[in-house]
Design a protein around this ligand. Structure first.
Ligand SMILES: N[C@@H](CCC(=O)N[C@@H](CS)C(=O)NCC(=O)O)C(=O)O
Length: 198
């Protein structure tokens, strides 16, 4: 049984979406986290070493960091094909998009939000204007990041774009808006939203 350590309307919400897609047995444990305004506190019940969400426990095996959790869960529950297995041709692209999400895309958005210039050649990531076109190129040719196949990578990207595409952090793109809609309209996400409060 998977326990998801979760705070409503946070980065852990999309793991309810993923667990629903996977038809995995899971329970949700709501925890507190620190907030940007300095209020709130890390919850001693949360096994995440930084007190953040998401974290999961699989009968005591703890996994934290969104990309790692996505990979762990799609390997662990392969039935619905949400992640290509080891040896499958799409596996390399899948791992690349998962790592790109946390290693490049999130830092790019935060850099823009903070109005930091990304020191090209020093930072391991790039600015949003450079990070987005490779995603847009893929999605101009295919419905999903792995082509015709929906995967857990789309859950990370699609939910993030659904959140940011209306705001100033992302260049406006009908293609990305359509993709975000395609991902978030899935029935598993509708079920997930109903469970977001626990
Ligand atoms: N790199 C982490 C980021 C997790 C994260 O920052 N989560 C936020 C909620 S959206 C959080 O728990 N913030 C509380 C804190 O920073 O202590 C991941 O992708 O899983």
């Amino acid at each position: 049984m998977i326990t998801l350590f979760h705070r409503p309307k946070s980065r852990s919400s999309r793991f309810i979406f993923l667990l629903e897609e996977l038809e995995a047995p899971y329970e949700i444990r709501i925890v507190t986290t620190r907030s940007r305004d300095g209020t709130g506190a890390a919850d001693p019940a949360n096994p995440h070493p930084l007190g953040k969400v998401p974290a999961i426990s699989d009968d005591g095996v703890v996994v934290f960091e969104s990309a790692a959790i996505a990979l762990y869960l799609t390997d662990r529950f392969p039935k619905n094909g949400l992640g290509p297995a080891i040896g499958h041709r799409d596996r390399g692209e899948y791992l690349s998009w998962l790592a790109y999400y946390t290693g490049v895309l999130e830092p790019a958005f935060i850099s823009k939000f903070m109005k930091w210039d990304v020191p090209r050649g020093t930072a391991g990531w790039v600015g949003v204007e450079e990070a987005m076109p490779i995603i847009e190129k893929k999605l101009s040719e295919y419905p999903y990041l792995l082509g015709d196949r929906f995967s857990a990578a789309d859950i990370l990207y699609g939910t993030t774009f659904a959140m940011f595409s209306q705001g100033p952090l992302m260049p406006s793109s009908p293609l990305i808006a359509e993709y975000a809609k395609r991902v978030t309209a899935r029935p598993a996400n509708q079920r997930a939203q109903q469970r977001d409060n626990g």
